[in-house]
Write a protein that binds this ligand. Sequence first.
Ligand SMILES: Nc1ncnc2c1ncn2[C@@H]1O[C@H](COP(=O)(O)OP(=O)(O)O)[C@@H](O)[C@H]1O
Ligand SMILES: CC(=O)OP(=O)(O)O
Ligand SMILES: [Mg+2]
Length: 394
Amino acid sequence: MSAVLVINSGSSSLKYQLIEMTTETVLASGLVERIGEKLASTKHEVSGEAHKRELPVATMTEAFTVMVAAFDEHGPSLAEFPPVVVGHRVVHGGKRFFSATIVNDLVKINIDDLSELAPLHNPANLQGIDAAELAFPGVPQVAVFDTAFHATLPAAAYTYAIDAEIAEKNRVRKYGFHGTSHKFVSEAAAEFLGRPLAELKTIVLHLGNGASACAVDGGISVDTSMGLTPLEGLVMGTRSGDLDPAVLIYLNRKAGLGFAELDTLLNRSSGLLGMTGRGDMRDVVAATDAGDEAAIVGLSVYIHRLKHYVGAYLAGLGGADAIVFTAGVGENSPVVRAGALEGLEFLGIRLDPERNISPERGPRLISAEDSAVAVLVIPTNEELEIARQALAAV
Ligand SMILES: Nc1ncnc2c1ncn2[C@@H]1O[C@H](COP(=O)(O)OP(=O)(O)O)[C@@H](O)[C@H]1O
Ligand SMILES: CC(=O)OP(=O)(O)O
Ligand SMILES: [Mg+2]
């Protein structure tokens, strides 16, 4: 019996899962949100029961103390299920990390060095590693990188068409993100279809708060929509995704917006939120049903962009065996799924409307029997994938 503790530490939150790996069962999961604010809220779920609390939590180290206390109080006992390894989600691995890596001082220096490429994510991930080292002395820590799965991108896909010397010197290229999810989901799709991964061409659409598309050929990432940072590509909850880069220059000159303001604009107040005043897809869909004009346009932009990437990756892969929807929006929004594939019948892509709106959970087929391309919904499980890779690394 071996348990793995999975840690996803963000700028103001700590999410965790303790997973028993012989049966891949979640023993407990939880989160500490709003770290550093006056009151943080915590949730610890075990045996289907959620234990919630509000208390001040100033730092990531304190958040770990709160997590360990929740295990002591509500179980399961960490003495009974001691983690054999702690697996951490680390967002940016740059060109240094291509697989799950046991953390040592040099690895931490490298993660820190990549912070300038992921300022929202890497510093928080590193704080999580430091706090876990204090809380679980002697237990190996393994970093699992969002970028790792995309290490296989060909130069044609990862190179930006800018001055090569400037790009090289500043490490400017496409890295891609959500790799842990794209890997898990593309493998689960092959399993669901009962076909060898090596033979499958798959398009994975990970549509959460952050969203990205990935073209997977025989289990290998060959193209993806996020870039140097998790800003490029699809329309997201608060991020713009693709736009003419000259918009930045123009807004700087014309509206006097500085780089900090432009950063905030594109990362935090654009996307669905910027277009519709609502960053949550559930609220946007509800508003379109009520006839809200901004919501109707915003949803149409979201779907237009999604279809654009589906088309691009169908062309890049030379057709696809499966198109897979995952993450919060992908798993739960029939409107988005139908919109993204509408009009693609000429390519052999045919949704079954009944299957698409079925409230069923779990991996499922939503295309019609006569569809040449299988359209699937597969719930992602980044935590389980991190646990598997962390355990394999030790
Ligand atoms: N029933 C639903 N219909 C449409 N969107 C949904 C539904 N349930 C959840 N979502 C959307 O999923 C998104 C969050 O996805 P999730 O994968 O949990 O995000 P992340 O892990 O990136 O924080 C939110 O925009 C939310 O509105
Ligand atoms: C990399 C990224 O965008 O992650 P998230 O979807 O968790 O924000
Ligand atoms: Mg997510």
